[in-house]
Design a protein around this ligand. Structure first.
Ligand code: NYM
Ligand code: MG
Length: 208
């Protein structure tokens, strides 16, 4: 049986990366093969351009960088598909939802932003770690990267809400790390069990 395609989304400082790593560990402890992936993947050619842009070392047109983020996902699709088909569950730290939320928060048209990601592999479940901007700021403030500003993060959160569909599960990320972990696990457990026989076939159908 193929692995489950799990995506964690949320604003900066919502605890996604920590929770993704915890989830991989927990899956492995229960006997599932699981791996972590993240977007942007800063190690590829497109990823290096994105990284330089995020570190504010280079400037790029908003549309151009949006397309780079999308290309950074497309170039990973074969590997993601093969990995899932080999039975490995993937826990993916950000996906196209971040792509659209961030670019549209900067002022690009939301529908335009979705187009380059239309037809990516559809995740089985999207867990949105929801944290108010006040709570996010309390966590030691934002970092040095582009986008890590209160005004933009507020807009990003609003844009995320517009993308929420029936594959999304929201977890209150203001809880303790252990509580968040439990909340995520109950969602993942349900997805793992209901899909034993009827796990839908992998489809390149995002936003189609
Ligand atoms: N980001 C991430 C985008 O603007 N578009 C995308 O498609 C993706 C995947 O990159 N502030 C933004 C969100 C983050 C930044 O991500 C870097 P991370 O997870 O902090 O490395
Ligand atoms: Mg970050």
């Amino acid at each position: 049986m193929r692995g489950l395609f799990i995506v964690l989304e949320g604003c900066d400082r919502s605890g996604k990366s920590t929770q993704c790593h915890q989830l991989v560990k927990q899956l492995q402890a229960k006997g599932y093969s699981a791996q972590y992936r993240n977007f942007p993947n800063r190690t590829t050619q497109t990823g290096k351009m994105i990284d330089s842009y995020l570190r504010q070392a280079t400037e790029l047109d908003d549309h151009a960088v949006h397309l780079l983020f999308s290309a950074n996902r497309w170039e990973a699709m074969n590997s993601i598909k093969d990995t899932l088909e080999s039975g490995i569950t993937l826990v993916v730290d950000r996906y196209a939802f971040s792509g659209v939320a961030f670019s549209s928060a900067k002022g690009l048209d939301l529908n335009w932003c979705k187009q380059p990601d239309v037809g990516l592999l559809s995740p089985d479940v999207v867990v949105f770690l929801d944290l108010s901007i006040d709570e996010a700021e309390k966590r030691g403030g934002y970092g040095e990267e582009r986008y890590e500003r209160r005004e933009l993060q507020t807009k990003v959160r609003n844009q995320f809400m517009k993308l929420k569909d029936d594959t999304w599960k929201v977890v209150n990320a203001a809880q303790s790390a252990e509580q968040v972990e439990k909340g995520i696990w109950s969602i993942v457990e349900a997805a793992l069990s209901t899909s034993t026989n009827q796990r839908k076939s992998l489809l390149y159908s995002l936003w189609k």
